[in-house]
Design a protein. Sequence first.
Length: 122
Amino acid sequence: MKKILVAEDSSVIQNLTKKILTLQNFQITSVKNGEQVLQKLDEESFDLILMDINMPVMDGIECTKKVRNLSDEAKKNIPIVAITGNARNYTMEEFLANGINDFIPKPLNFDQLVEKVRKYTS
């Protein structure tokens, strides 16, 4: 079973994402900010990170940069898909430059969510 780390400060989006992806046979771990992402990566491995861009404590861009600088080869190369309500503030080039593989705009389209998760975990 593929493991997905969902970094999202909105419990509503966290819960919906977890429900949808659990139904698709993914194992979901949820955290509320970038610092917690790094703590979880210390403890275990994941196949994909769904990363909200605007989070308290440490935002998604800063967190992604830290993930990309990890010493563990496997962990630093985990695909990261940004979830963002302000995608217009970032271009795809900026996401890529910061180590983000792809993004899903908010409000979430769950078909698109499942499609992107499958793409990066298959």
